[in-house]
Ligand binder design. Sequence first.
Ligand code: KG4
Ligand code: ZN
Length: 376
Amino acid sequence: MDLDSSPPVAQDKAFTVLGLESSCDETAAAIVRLGPDGCVQVLAEKVRGQNEAHAPYGGVVPEIAARAHAEVMDVLVRQVLDKAGISLDSLDGIAATSGPGLIGGVMAALMTAKGLALGAGKPLIAVNHLEGHALSPRLSEPLAFPYLLLLVSGGHTQLLIAEDVGRYHRLGSTMDDAAGEAFDKTAKVMGLGFPGGPALEKIARSGNPDRFELPTPLGNRPGHDFSFAGLKTAARQIWDGLSVPTSVDRADLAASMQRQIARSLANRSSNAMKYFMETYTDISDYVFVVAGGVAANQTVRQALQETATSRGFRLMAPPMKWCTDNAAMIALAGAEHLRRGEVDDLSAPARARWPLDAASAKLDPAIGSGRKGPKA
Ligand code: KG4
Ligand code: ZN
């Protein structure tokens, strides 16, 4: 897809697209109709999680994830077609996440989409998973560009400006762990099971966040990047130093960890809001979108809400089903590109790494280029 030029947008037609997602541990299919006026209808959607398969290992096991995706993807496609009451023939296109993500998993959605596109003679749209998240708020209500987005999940923590479909400017991202990973790994150390984030939030409710002193990642320094590895290590050292940890110790440490993650997300977002306002001076509605699984955390939400209010932004959090991994956002991103005449051929590769904003990824020393190009 050539995203540099701005192609004409078809204004007189609706686009009905099947979207497939399997980049991490959720298998999903959805059918979305994008109207000529830009209004969006989710006609059918299904998501199948894999928590039980990964729970014994305390984290997502790529090989188990890939097999589980391959086993159910075709079933979910059948289910959404039936639920929407439409046939493959009446679709306008077939979209699939083709990266970034666990490569075996990404291939499940992409190969299924290629087979369906070839068989039904429909265009294929290879979607960047991060673009799906970036456009996800538009599933629930119309939202004008540009807006600021914090994507905070188990795999990603980044601040982006969504300028238009296909045009994103990454302000910063994590230099090490994602925020969800920091929640999950700390929860694992404390024996809270998988996925750890929700379990940690639950026990933190009765904890005292002031008892243990944990570092504030990156202090209050300027900038839009994140770092959670030091905080995670500090929490582990405190845990290891407790001879026989009690349930009170566990709750107190969970509360401290959660508060520090929330503070860090709010602090970096505050810097990004300032930058956004200075860049776009003539907007009447400044919107700050938070998406990703960690957005479910109430302490995180409250910290972001306070920051947004104090900076003059409206906080928008899509419903949880569209905040976490889902296929409706992939179908929507596919429909937006299809509407612009941007489609892919059957050679579209599955990509473990695929920065949404390749230009800033290349320039960003925090991200590194890795063996296969810049990380997401
Ligand atoms: O967006 P998501 O469902 O999947 C991806 O990572 O792509 O996010 C999952 C992450 C996990 O790390 C999980 O522990 C975290 O979001 N999470 C939470 C909460 N709910 C989910 N973290 C903290 N508090 C929560 N309530
Ligand atoms: Zn995701």
